[in-house]
Structures are given as structure tokens and as C-alpha cells.
Design a protein around this ligand. Structure first.
Ligand code: GBH
Length: 485
């Protein structure tokens, strides 16, 4: 396959951040150790049979005990940043700020100190989907009180760790929690409320994000000198024909603009406001199912970013669909487009991840144009196997071609991308599909109590890219000189 791709032979800029990412629930285990409280993923995995292989994150990669080994792996890989998340219920067992768990605090203190010592910049996600169960029981992301509860937690995080953290991310992929957690109901907390709950959840998420950003900005920035944003995820949506561009753009706005527009441009995208208002009316609602921000709220949320964290894995083709009939409310019908992936795109072990590197370049250029040229760090990008790794050639192809398109975006399209992060350092608990789809640069043996980590072939390739800043054997620098590698 590789012959079909032209790989950029320039070098990544000096200071470019290369790293890997993980999240607390997916790797730590230690689910009830040292005073940790329960979260909605503990509940879902313990009380339902919704996880594909009936597994849990009770032990996962056992990184609660093996964090030193993980940092040694990062050192060996040569990354200059590591993105991980804080478990809210490990630090605040009840979710509320009434009791801080010293052991939980210490766990992340140690990790951050060890990363610093190894010259690896910690990039810290405050919330990666693991809502404390008591916060959920009190209303969770559907209650506006969550803005205060999250703000309390965020402030504690800045106080505890802010002197050593230069990059904060409030949320990872709020769309997955809101759309899948409160809309379709296929992820924790498994609430089925399409077309209503997901908009409510998003409304509160946006307010909570903005509150945390302002707290950092007003109370901590001048002392701690870090920066703060959030992670928004989207595939690239490519129109099937030029006539399908309106539908493709509509889909981008419903997926990405839903979160990015309020933060980068102000308020929800126009297309969402009009479509949801119209359909709500036809459905018999007196008001739009999309909650309305006051002018003061629009101002308060707008501009609450210092950069953008972007997760993107793959692409979809979009085709104009006839307007969906009026029936039960749903985000899908509010969006109203048809999407698919092509048969000849190279597959991974995840049905939604196909090798479409050109989509990454188009997405980056679209973000630059649509959101006022923000500084961007790609906070996730990765490829799955099903446990059989072999020569790992498609994962190598994936990184090589995606990084090449990132470099094209930087050099040709002048997109301000300052970092790239592989999801993931380790095979881990991949949410609803458990341990069946594996994103790691390291294979993890989940049948061994030791959770042995073994490098996959793609690890060597990524190592060489980090070292040489070059994707091919011989590179040219910005001045046209060869042989940097
Ligand atoms: C991210 O989620 C998460 O941040 C991370 O925790 C996770 O492990 C990683 O990526 C890999 O999944 O084909 O339309 O049904 C990505 C979330 C999961 C969102 C798959 C889209 C299916 C899209 N994506 N989901 S669709």
C-alpha cells in the first residue's frame, strides 16, 4: 500500500511535541484501592452486561501499581510529552470537595514529578469520562449544579498540581459522553434521551469548561504560567460530490461545531439553532430542544481556550439525504445526513478506524479556516489490532501517512500544529468493546497478573520519528538541506 502514498520528506519543527496518551479508567485499575470512590464506569462494568467481552477496568493495565514502569517505557520511547487523565473519584472519593483522598493525590504527584525528572511534559486531562457515581446520582451532566461540582474539582487540581503542569485539558471528547452517554445511551451512564438529554449535557459541559478556564485564568495563570483548553473529537467528513458539500459541512457543524463554535466563535452554530428549532416546532415542542445561551453566557464561554486539543482517527463520506421524517427527537435526524466509509479504505480492528490520512490534512485546514487559526495539538490518533500484531505494517503505514499529512498541513497549509500524540501507549480497556480492540504501541498481556508490556513493531518507527523528526530515511530541512536524519 505504501507506494500509493507520497511521504513528506521535510522535518518537523524544532520543539514539536511528540507523545502518547492514556486515560485513568482505561489503564489504572486499582478501582477500589486506597480510598478511591466509585465512578459511572465502575458501576456500568459491575452491574450490566453491556461490555462486549464482559470485562471491567478493575485491574486494566494495573498502571496504579506499574506507573514507574510506564514512565520508563516513555523515557525509552523518547517522547517529550505524555497525556494522561486524573481520576476524579481517586482524588475526591465522593466527587464533591468535602474530602480529599491523600493517597489519590499522591499517586498523580508522583507521576508528575517522575515525568518532570525524565524531561517529559505532563499534559493533564482533568476529566476523561469517569464521572464519580455520587455526582451522577445527584444529577450528573444533566444538572446545572455539575458546573459548580466540576469547578471545585478543577480548582483543587490546579492547586495541587498546577506548579508542575504547563498544559491542562478540561475535558476529553464531551461529544462521546453527551451523545453516547445521554443521547443514544450506548456508553456510561447509559441514559437514553436522544435529541434532549444530549443537548442538555452539552450545555452544562460548555459552561463547566468555561468556568474552569476562567478559574485558571483569574486565579492561577499569573503564578503558574500554563495554558488550558479542551479536547474535541471529530472524523473528517468528505462530500461524495461537490453537491454534497452543504451536507458535509452540516455534519461537521453538528459534530465539531457543537462544541467548538461556542468556545472559539461564540454560541452554537447557526445551522444547529435553525434546524433544531424547526424540527422541535414540527414535533410539537413549544421551545427548541437546543437550550439557549444568554448573551452574557455566550460572552463568558467565547474565547475560553489557549489552544485546541484535537482527537481524530478516520474519515467518512457524506451524501445528501432527504429530510428525515418528523418522529421522535434525535440528534441524528436533527443532523439529517447520510455517511459511510469506502470499501477500499484499509481497515483496522475497529470498524470506525480506516486509514484515511488525507482526511487529517483537510480537517486541519478546515479548523484553521473555521476557528480563527488556533494553535493545535493532536491529542489522539491511532490504529487498532485484535491481538495479533505480526509485522504491524498497517499501523506503521497509518502513523507514517498521518504524520506526513500533518507535516503537509504545517508546511504547505501553514496550520499551527505544535504537537502530535499517539493513542495509546498501551493496549487498554477500550470502553464498550473491553479488551478486544487494541490501540497500544505496547501489547499488554491481560492474561498475566504481571500485565507484561511488549513493544509492537510500530514502536520502533515512532521512536525514529521522534529522534530524527523525519518520516523517511533521508530528510530535507526547511533550508533544503538533506541528511538531517
Ligand atoms: C477516544 O474515543 C477516546 O478519547 C479514548 O478514550 C479511546 O480509547 C480512543 O479514542 C479510541 O476509541 O463509527 O460513528 O459509530 C474515540 C471515540 C469511538 C467516537 C468510536 C466514535 C464510533 C463512531 N470514538 N465512535 S461511529
Amino acid at each position: 500500500y505504501i507506494d500509493n502514498y507520497v511521504i513528506n520528506n521535510h522535518t518537523f519543527p524544532e520543539g514539536f511535541l511528540f507523545g502518547t496518551a492514556t486515560s485513568a479508567y482505561q489503564i489504572e485499575g486499582g478501582w477500589d484501592e486506597d480510598g478511591k470512590g466509585e465512578n459511572i464506569w465502575d458501576t456500568l462494568t459491575h452491574t450490566t452486561d453491556l461490555i462486549k467481552d464482559h470485562s471491567t477496568g478493575d485491574i486494566a493495565c494495573d498502571s496504579y501499581h506499574k506507573w514507574k514502569e510506564d514512565i520508563a517505557l516513555l523515557k525509552d520511547l523518547g517522547v517529550n510529552h505524555y497525556r494522561f487523565s486524573l481520576s476524579w473519584s481517586r482524588i475526591l472519593p465522593s466527587g464533591f470537595a468535602n474530602h480529599i483522598n491523600t493517597a489519590g493525590v499522591l499517586y498523580y504527584k508522583n507521576i508528575i514529578a517522575a515525568l518532570k525528572e525524565a524531561g517529559i511534559e505532563p499534559i493533564v486531562t482533568i476529566f476523561h469520562w469517569d464521572t464519580p457515581q455520587p455526582i451522577h446520582d445527584a444529577g450528573g451532566w444533566a444538572s446545572e449544579f455539575v458546573v459548580d461540582w466540576f469547578a471545585d474539582f478543577a480548582r483543587i487540581c490546579f492547586e495541587l498540581y498546577g506548579n508542575d503542569v504547563k498544559y491542562w485539558l478540561t475535558f476529553n471528547e464531551p461529544k462521546q459522553i453527551c451523545h453516547e452517554g445521554y443521547g443514544s445511551g450506548v456508553k456510561a451512564p447509559a441514559i437514553h434521551s436522544p435529541g434532549v438529554g444530549e443537548y442538555l449535557c452539552t450545555h452544562n459541559f460548555l459552561k463547566a469548561h468555561a468556568r474552569a478556564w476562567h478559574i485558571y485564568d483569574e486565579e492561577f495563570r499569573s503564578k503558574q504560567n500554563g495554558s488550558i483548553s479542551l479536547v474535541i473529537d471529530t472524523p473528517w467528513y468528505e462530500p461524495e460530490t461537490p453537491e454534497d458539500e452543504e451536507a458535509a459541512e452540516r455534519k461537521r457543524q453538528f459534530v465539531f461545531g457543537w462544541y467548538a463554535n461556542p468556545i472559539f466563535n461564540g454560541d452554537y452554530p447557526e445551522i444547529m439553532k435553525t434546524r433544531i428549532a424547526n424540527r422541535s416546532k414540527l414535533e410539537g415542542f413549544e421551545e427548541s430542544r437546543l437550550p439557549v445561551f444568554t448573551d452574557a453566557e455566550i460572552d463568558y464561554i467565547k474565547g475560553t481556550y489557549d489552544f485546541l486539543g484535537l482527537n481524530s482517527y478516520s474519515s467518512y463520506m457524506v451524501k445528501t439525504d432527504p429530510e428525515p421524517e418528523i418522529g421522535d427527537p434525535s440528534w441524528d435526524d436533527d443532523t439529517g445526513v447520510y455517511e459511510y466509509q469506502k470499501e477500499d479504505w484499509i481497515p483496522s480492528a475497529s470498524d470506525w478506524v480506516k486509514v484515511t490520512p488525507w482526511g487529517m490534512r483537510k480537517l486541519l485546514a478546515w479548523i484553521k479556516k473555521t476557528y480563527n487559526d488556533p494553535a493545535i495539538i493532536i491529542t489522539e490518533n491511532g490504529f487498532t489490532d485484535n491481538g495479533t500484531v505480526g509485522t504491524d505494517e498497517n499501523r506503521i503505514l497509518y502513523y507514517k501517512t498521518y504524520l506526513s499529512n500533518v507535516l503537509d498541513a504545517i508546511i504547505e497549509d501553514k496550520v499551527n500544529v505544535f504537537g502530535y500524540t499517539v493513542w495509546s501507549l498501551l493496549d487498554n480497556m477500550e470502553w464498550m468493546v473491553g479488551y478486544t480492540e487494541k490501540f497500544g504501541l505496547y501489547h499488554v498481556d491481560f492474561s498475566s497478573p504481571n500485565r507484561t508490556r511488549t513493544p509492537k513493531p510500530a514502536l520502533d518507527y515512532y521512536k525514529s520519528v521522534i529522534k530524527t523528526h523525519c518520516l523517511v530515511e533521508k530528510c530535507e530541512d526547511e533550508k533544503g538541506r538533506y541528511g538531517i536524519a
